[in-house]
Structures are given as structure tokens and as C-alpha cells.
Design a protein around this ligand. Structure first.
Ligand code: NAP
Ligand code: MG
Length: 462
């Protein structure tokens, strides 16, 4: 954007200014949509699916070559340890390769209607056209890749809005897309505030679909606004996820598994379990094992190779987490470990395990989005399932048990879009979406690319 206004980009590891980026406006969004439409009406729309696939593979290769640069940018921007950022880059590369493969495999069906020889009816999938994609700050590169890869593989052109706090990797990605040979206009990045740039995308009549990942509140308002011209929407929203630990769980896997799921990315993951439901028989032993493991994690700046856990993304995010935690502690919660904000610069919070609070407490109801978990005992599998389902969200649930009947009972009864048993995976092949107020629609997998297409029915009367 050629803008008068700039946005500060801050390193959350030390609170210092990294750089400033121009802040987009409604007019910039208009320009981006015009560019995207021109690409669709021009070179991009004329490519065979296999040619699109080849360009996306080339983009994946370019990202892979620049993996270190992407990882450093992501670490500086979001705060996460470098090793985690490298994992994020690998996931982004994989997303482009995986979705490139689907470019050539979209198809419709022929349908038998009327007497033989009277009609030829078929369906075909067509790209939606120009799509608006809005992503949050917790995994800026992966979130962008999970949105862009299926959209471009399907033949759409995108206007992507990164979170204003974390725009850096999206800018580099767009640069590499041009280098890889994607025609100008296919991938547009507009940086700016959600209430301005995001809102302009959602209202734009030249955009056929909005794909959004972020908070449930903003997701609902996007759905309302998108209703004005009945744009398609995919909403990947918040979660209040449970991890259920049964007495027969393999502790050697469950303790590090829960630790990683809950505290990875400093707890800033929509799928992070912040309700750890543990069978009463093992709640004390499991609780102290988890607390020990959490307290042994090293906090530090993401570029410090010894750091297991970085800061949270901003001072505002830190304040929001601490206020939910304090509310819990003031109403009877007890700390098993953590709870302190270390002195010094940067937005750090110790990994924190709290017990003694029931499901009614805000700690057990609000999405915390930080390194804080609540340990709650249960007495039966049915009770654990009821507790896990007692939320307006329905994103993920995790179960730890060796009993195959319990596995399938939980898998069937938990009201979540994803159920993880004895581990976790976010592979790009797995369709991902929320039940209840965790979202609408699916991303990733075959469903994820089909979500960027419209199905047309053609009936030829012979
Ligand atoms: P957020 O406030 O909803 O922001 C997400 C994105 O939406 C940002 O790019 C934001 O822009 C933009 N935005 C804000 N207001 C908007 C509006 N009125 N119209 C259009 N766009 C708007 O979410 P957040 O607090 O940054 O991110 C954390 C949330 O994301 C959590 O609730 C988490 O659960 C959710 N999340 C969900 C998933 C999932 O897959 N389900 C994954 C990751 C995160 P600016 O920030 O630049 O203003
Ligand atoms: Mg930042």
C-alpha cells in the first residue's frame, strides 16, 4: 500500500520495534480485487490444472530454499522458538505440494436422469473466483499456506490479509510467488487492521468467498456481513478443548503429549486443550507429572536455541491471559506450577497448571489462548464426555487410553470436529473444521480444496 499510515511490528521477545509496514485501506483492497480479477480473466484463468500445479510446486520449492529466512522472520514476529518456526515452514511447504496434487483431480459426475438417450446430465467444479482470506497471528505462515494453497490449486485468485501484528512472512511469501512464476494479481497481500481491510474484504462485491481464521466473535460478525450478498464463508474459530486422561493411559506418552498440545506455541493454538480432564484415581500423579514437565520448560527469546517456549504475541495478549488466570486464582484455583510473569522485557508467562476449579469457572469456559491449563477430575468416561461437551465450542478433543472400546465411545460422543487419540496430527490431508461455535466449513484435505469451488449442474436434453 502507498499509505500515509504505518503499523508497528514488534518483537514480542523483547518488546522492541522491528519494523513498520504500510497500513492498507479500502481503496487498496479495491485495487487488489481488480488485480485478482484481471489475473483470473487473463493468464491465470487460462492455465490447465497441471500448469497451476507446477507453479505451486515451484513456489513450495522456493519457500523450502528460504526456510531459514522464513523461520527467523516468524520467530521475530510471533516469538516462537526457531525450531517451531522451522516446523511451520515445513508445514507450509507441504500444504502447497499437497494441494498442487489436487489441482488435477477435481472432477464432477455424470448423472443418470430421464429415459436412456434422452438427457446427458453432469456436474463440474469451477473455481469460485476472487476470494478474501483473513488469518490470525498465531501461525502466520501456516495459516496463510493452508488458505492460499487450496484456493490457488482450485484456480481462484486471492486477496490475503495477515494479522496486522504479524505480517512479515506473508510479504515474503508473496514475493516468492512472483519469483516462482505465478502471474501478478493471483496472490495479493493487503496488510492492515481487521476493522478496515478485513471488513472491506468481507463487504466487497467482487469477492465470492471469505475464508477466515480467528476468534468466534469476529467470525460471527463476518458471517452477518457476508450475508448481505450471500458470499460463501469458511470460518475456523475458537475452541475450548479438552484432553481426557483415563487411568489406563500410557503416562510416558500422555504427559509429554498433553504438555506439547497445551503449551506448544505458548498455548496460542486454537486446538490447545486448556481443560485437562483426568480420572480421579490418577489426578494427583498425573497432575504432578504434568506440573514437573511444565516447570522444566525453558522460557526465552525465540532466537535463543535453549528456549522451549517463547513469549506470547503481545502485551495485550499477556494481559488478557493473566486476567483470566487471576480471576481463577481469586475464586479458589490453586497453582500446581507456574503463574508468574518473569521480570525483564518481552511478554512472557510461565507455563501454568491450575487445579481446584470446576467447569463453572471462567478459566474452564473462556478460551485462554496462552500457556495456562485447568486440571479437573472426573469419575467415569460418561462424565468426562459430558464435561468435554459442556461448552459452546467444538473444535478438538483429545483422549488418552489403551482401551479400544473407550476410544470409540469417546470418538462417537465427543462433539468436536477433530478427535485425537493418544497423540495429535495436523497433517494437511486431514479435513479440519469446528462443530458448534467453532466454525463453519472445512479446510485441508479434499474437502479443503472443494471449498474453493462451486458445483455446477449441466443438463443437456438430447
Ligand atoms: P481475531 O481478532 O478474530 O483476528 C483474526 C483476523 O481477523 C486478524 O487478521 C484480524 O485483523 C481480522 N479481523 C479482526 N476484526 C475483523 C473484522 N471486523 N472484519 C474482518 N477481519 C477482522 O482473532 P485473534 O484474537 O487475532 O486470534 C486468535 C483467535 O483465533 C482465537 O480465538 C483462536 O481460537 C482463533 N484461531 C482459530 C483457529 C482455527 O483454525 N479454528 C486457528 C488459529 C486461531 P487484525 O488483527 O489485523 O486487526
Ligand atoms: Mg510481532
Amino acid at each position: 500500500a502507498d499509505s500515509a499510515e504505518y503499523i508497528d511490528v514488534v518483537d514480542p521477545g523483547n518488546g522492541q520495534l522491528l519494523t513498520r509496514v504500510p497500513s492498507g485501506t479500502k481503496e487498496v483492497v479495491d485495487q487488489a480485487v481488480i488485480a485478482a480479477r484481471a489475473a483470473l480473466d487473463g493468464p491465470w484463468g487460462k492455465l490447465a490444472p497441471g500448469a497451476r500445479a507446477k507453479l505451486l510446486w515451484r513456489l513450495a520449492d522456493r519457500i523450502e530454499e528460504k526456510a531459514e529466512v522464513f523461520a527467523q522472520l516468524e520467530t521475530l514476529d510471533v516469538g516462537k522458538p526457531l525450531a517451531n518456526s522451522m516446523g511451520e515452514v515445513a508445514a507450509a511447504v507441504e500444504a502447497f505440494r499437497y494441494m498442487a496434487g489436487w489441482s488435477t483431480k477435481l472432477s464432477g459426475e455424470t448423472l443418470q436422469v430421464g429415459p436412456p438417450g434422452a438427457m446427458h446430465a453432469f456436474t463440474q467444479r469451477e473455481p469460485i473466483g476472487v476470494v478474501g482470506q483473513i488469518v490470525p497471528w498465531n501461525f502466520p505462515l501456516v495459516m496463510a499456506a493452508w488458505k492460499l494453497a487450496p484456493a490457488l490449486a482450485a484456480g481462484c485468485a486471492s486477496v490475503l490479509k495477515p494479522a496486522e501484528q504479524t505480517p512479515l512472512t506473508a510479504i515474503l511469501l508473496a514475493e516468492l510467488a512472483l519469483e516462482a512464476g505465478l502471474p501478478p494479481g493471483v496472490l495479493n497481500v493487503v496488510i492492515g487492521e481487521g476493522s478496515i481491510v478485513g471488513d472491506a474484504l468481507v463487504r466487497h462485491r467482487g469477492i465470492g468467498k471469505i475464508a477466515f481464521t480467528g476468534s468466534t466473535g469476529v467470525g460471527k460478525s463476518i458471517a452477518r456481513t457476508a450475508a448481505d450478498d450471500l458470499k460463501a464463508v469458511t470460518l475456523e474459530l475458537g475452541g475450548k478443548n479438552s484432553s481426557i486422561v483415563l487411568p489406563d493411559a500410557d503416562f510416558s506418552k500422555a504427559v509429554p503429549g498433553v504438555l506439547q498440545a497445551a503449551f506448544g506455541n505458548t498455548g496460542q493454538i486454537c486446538t490447545a486443550p486448556s481443560r485437562i480432564l483426568v480420572h480421579r484415581e490418577i489426578v494427583d500423579t498425573f497432575g504432578s507429572a504434568l506440573a514437573d514437565a511444565a516447570s522444566s520448560l525453558t522460557l526465552g527469546h525465540g532466537l535463543n536455541r535453549k528456549a522451549d517456549l517463547g513469549p506470547v504475541v503481545s502485551r495485550r495478549q499477556l494481559e488478557s491471559i493473566v486476567s483470566i488466570l487471576e480471576e481463577g486464582l481469586n475464586s479458589g484455583g490453586q497453582l500446581l506450577t507456574g503463574g508468574a510473569v518473569p521480570s525483564g522485557s518481552g511478554f512472557y508467562l510461565e507455563p501454568t497448571v491450575v487445579t481446584g476449579l470446576g467447569l463453572g469457572n471462567p478459566m474452564a469456559r473462556k478460551e485462554i489462548f496462552g500457556p495456562v491449563v485447568n486440571l479437573i477430575p472426573f469419575d467415569s468416561v460418561d462424565e468426562a464426555i459430558a464435561m468435554a461437551n459442556d461448552t459452546s465450542y467444538g473444535l478438538t478433543a483429545q483422549v488418552w487410553t489403551q482401551n479400544i472400546s473407550t476410544v470409540h465411545l469417546c470418538a462417537g460422543k465427543l462433539e468436536s470436529g477433530t478427535i485425537w487419540v493418544n497423540g495429535k496430527s495436523q497433517d494437511i490431508a486431514l479435513p479440519f473444521g469446528g462443530y458448534k461455535e467453532s466454525g463453519i466449513g472445512l479446510e485441508k484435505g479434499r474437502e479443503g480444496i472443494e471449498a474453493y469451488t462451486r458445483l455446477k449442474t449441466v443438463v443437456v436434453t438430447l
